[in-house]
Write a protein that binds this ligand. Sequence first.
Ligand SMILES: Cc1cc2nc3c(=O)[nH]c(=O)nc-3n(C[C@H](O)[C@H](O)[C@H](O)COP(=O)(O)OP(=O)(O)OC[C@H]3O[C@@H](n4cnc5c(N)ncnc54)[C@H](O)[C@@H]3O)c2cc1C
Length: 480
Amino acid sequence: VTDAASRPTSADTGPAVSDPAATDRLETEPPRRADVVVIGAGSGGLTAAVGLARFGRSVVLVERDRFGGDCTNVGCIPSKSLLHLTAAAVPLDPPSLLARVRFRRDQLRESETVEFGATPNLETIFGAARIVGPGDVRIQRPDGVEEILCEHIVIATGSRPRRLDLGIEPDRVITNMELFELAERPDRLAVVGAGPVGLEAALAFARMGSLVTVIEQADQILPGVLPDAAGVLQRSLEAHGVRVMLGTPASGELEPISTADTVLVAVGRVPNSDGLGLEEIGVDLDGTGRIRIDARGETSVEQIWATGDVADRTGTTHGAGAWGRRIVKSIVARPVPIGAEPLEPRVVFTDPEVATIGEQPARVPGDVRRTRFELADSDRGFTDEITGGLIIVDTRRLTGRVLGATIVGPRAGELISLFSLGMHAGIPFHKWFGTVWPYPTYADALGRLLDDYMREVFGSVPSDAARWFTGRLRSLTRRR
Ligand SMILES: Cc1cc2nc3c(=O)[nH]c(=O)nc-3n(C[C@H](O)[C@H](O)[C@H](O)COP(=O)(O)OP(=O)(O)OC[C@H]3O[C@@H](n4cnc5c(N)ncnc54)[C@H](O)[C@@H]3O)c2cc1C
């Protein structure tokens, strides 16, 4: 690996090098050594890099663009700023509001850059990384190619938006990469894709006065979420003036798209697993190009790890962080058992918020109890004049194990954390009963749901036990 003749040329390491003298200098230097190289300074990479550095490992963090990755620059932070500013009683005019979103985002990135830059044992290099072998990373820097030899490599290169060819002028089509750079709100905005990214943008721009149409090919918004929950959000979006077209494949001839000033394409993500040299070194990918990892976050190649959007487990900032922490724990304390895989709550920050966790199939299986409570029936729902919020909880009959939950309403994103904690700690749902919830909060509505749940459980213990017993008997007979 230290043989200069085997070094990559600029053709296989990325863009041409601007300063040939500097390249020569870097390429004749022997490779440096570090304990760990982390590729990508976004949510997953920063968590892993800072965590490992705090445990005394020497870490080189490589970033080809901006500190903070998608979340800080073109994702969570600008989108939540936009939603916050557009919800103000007296919002700023759209150009000032959009400029403020960028200003706040840039402020955060700068403070993150300073904060993480000061972490002992952590060095950041700006450049594009490529893995040339286990423990061998080459970095295409603006001033040349640098090689680092290391024990572990953590891949945290994130994802990019999936693009669609709509057959219209390219300058009318944007993704989340360009969304927050808009200087003015479009008069007519078409949003292709009714997932979290599309719906949050639709709400924010509708509040700013854009005429917004959402086009979705599935027959509900937020495909995958329980239809009743999606229905509550759809009605609210429509009340905000958003037109929703379901079961409609996007095409440039579709009226809302052909007449739109701007078309936001938000139809999913493509993992950044290409161009890293993974095929050559035998790192397994799934059918969509995401890196397969095990329960520790290790790939099919020992001591190469992956977290975040590029891996096959998560698609959120907190998920990238959770897997980043597992990797830190696995590297610094390998013999310690890693524990169950993390459960990832998901939140759509619309009005109302939609929060989900765990599994909730559209049709309830026989051994599952589904309990539902309408927020309008809670006292806080009454005072806040809620019309459509709800909580839906799935539990295993007899054991009370919580399998999944959906919450639609104000602060649903906060309330779902109770489920995150309860499910992580494995607390059966009947043991949540008796907890005292402050009145009148939305958590108190959960207390009311628990009253209903306990009443139902008491009534059905004999039939649930009989069902469980018959099921066991059947499976034993089948085994024989
Ligand atoms: C509009 C939008 C809103 C979102 N809102 C939320 C939200 O509210 N909550 C939430 O939890 N999630 C949200 N997400 C998802 C969240 O942004 C991602 O899940 C998260 O950023 C993934 O983190 P990551 O570390 O995998 O990747 P990223 O944060 O994208 O970081 C990857 C980094 O790797 C760098 N990189 C890539 N290839 C190389 C290379 N070869 N060499 C060096 N560097 C490289 C990239 O430049 C990038 O900086 C949102 C996403 C979008 C698009």
